[in-house]
Structure formats: structure tokens, C-alpha cells
Write a protein that binds this ligand. Structure first.
Ligand code: URA
Length: 209
């Protein structure tokens, strides 16, 4: 069974509260999403492998650590996932970015794929799939299956707010993928929105509502 990491750092919780508020406008919503993603990135990358290399300081030669292996890949699920990319990439500027385009069919609420572009050699990379809202889990489940089908083996899923229903579905479908979230909320409503949640993350990020 995968683990659920609720990242309860005070700075993240403070920013999440402002993100949730209905009066928070597009500019601030975007900035907060970016900042929370960067703060979460610090925790998400905590277990990256290190390797020792030889360097020379102004004083002497020494061994010192750098990140080992191939660079990370951040994979936003379009479109709301885009809001989390820059924050994470600010910590790992050499990270590659793949994209998955999935939308929820309004009738079935099931995900439909419309775009995908991944960097090569996914199998040897740390793949971070990002989507701010883990609601029913349908989109995340499909997104994770998608990167697995492209060869990804070492995957984390990162969101800002999760519903218990989505967490359960994702853990069942992908027991090898740990979930990182800033909050696990109460429930889903009849329209598959997270309660209390923050509304439609994509619309609030892009000002489309
Ligand atoms: N997607 C969102 O943007 N918000 C929700 O509450 C659920 C799914």
C-alpha cells in the first residue's frame, strides 16, 4: 500500500487557507499555488539519491554530494497541474517537464485523454505527477497509468487538496505510488467537487470563471 504524506508545514497550511478563500483572485491564487508547490517540492525531493563527487574548494580538495542519476520529470495533468510546475522546477531547474492532457467527461465523470508528450527514458527518472485536486481519483488514476505505460517506474503523485474517496481509489489502483498532499478534506459533493475544497482549481488559476 502506498503512503499518504500530508505536508502540514505551517507555511503551507497558511497559504492553503488563503488559496481556499473565495475572494482570492486569479493573481493571488496563481502565486499561492506556485509558492505551495515549491514548499511541497522540498519535501517531495527529500529522498532523492545522492552521489559523492570530488570538488576543490578555495582551501582544499574534498568529496561532496550532488543529486545522483537522471534528472527529475515533472508531469502536470492539464490544465490545472500547470499551476504547480514552476514552483517545483524552481527547486530543480534541470528537471524535464512532460504533459498529460485529460479532461473529465461531464456525464460519466471519467477521464478522456487528448494530449501527451513525455521526455525520453522515463524509466530511469523520478517522475512527479502533479494535479492540484485529487477528487474522485479518476483523472489521477488514468494519468499515473499513462506514465507507467510510457515506462515510468519511480513515481510520486502530488496535489494540494485530496478527498478521501480519491486517496482510496488511487491507493487501490496504484499501490506503488506515494501521494503527497497539503490537506485531506472531508468528502466529495454530488458534483464531484471537494468539500470544503477550493472550487475549480483550473478556473481559479486561469481566470476562466
Ligand atoms: N477539480 C477541481 O478543480 N476542484 C474540485 O473540487 C474537484 C475537482
Amino acid at each position: 500500500m502506498s503512503e499518504v504524506h500530508t505536508i502540514d508545514h505551517p507555511l503551507i497550511q497558511h497559504k492553503l487557507t488563503h488559496l481556499r478563500k473565495k475572494e482570492t483572485g486569479t493573481k493571488e491564487f496563481r502565486e499561492l499555488t506556485d509558492e505551495i508547490a515549491a514548499l511541497m517540492g522540498y519535501e517531495i525531493t527529500r529522498d532523492l539519491d545522492l552521489q559523492s563527487i570530488e570538488i576543490e574548494t578555495p582551501i582544499t580538495k574534498t568529496e561532496s554530494n550532488v543529486i545522483a542519476g537522471k534528472k527529475m520529470v515533472v508531469v502536470p495533468i492539464l490544465r490545472a497541474g500547470l499551476g504547480m510546475v514552476d514552483g517545483i522546477v524552481s527547486l530543480a531547474p534541470a528537471a524535464k517537464v512532460g504533459h498529460i492532457g485529460l479532461y473529465r467527461d461531464p456525464d460519466t465523470l471519467e477521464p478522456v485523454e487528448y494530449y501527451c508528450k513525455m521526455p525520453p527514458e522515463l524509466g530511469s527518472r523520478e517522475v512527479i505527477v502533479v494535479d492540484p485536486m485529487l477528487a474522485t481519483g479518476g483523472t489521477a488514476e488514468a494519468g499515473l497509468q499513462f506514465v507507467k505505460d510510457k515506462g515510468a517506474q519511480n513515481i510520486k503523485f502530488v496535489c494540494l487538496v485530496a478527498a478521501p474517496e480519491g486517496v482510496e481509489r488511487l491507493q487501490e489502483a496504484h499501490p506503488d505510488v506515494d501521494i503527497y498532499t497539503a490537506a485531506v478534506d472531508e468528502k466529495l459533493n454530488d458534483h464531484a467537487y471537494i468539500v470544503p475544497g477550493l472550487g475549480d482549481a483550473g478556473d481559479r488559476l486561469f481566470g476562466t470563471k
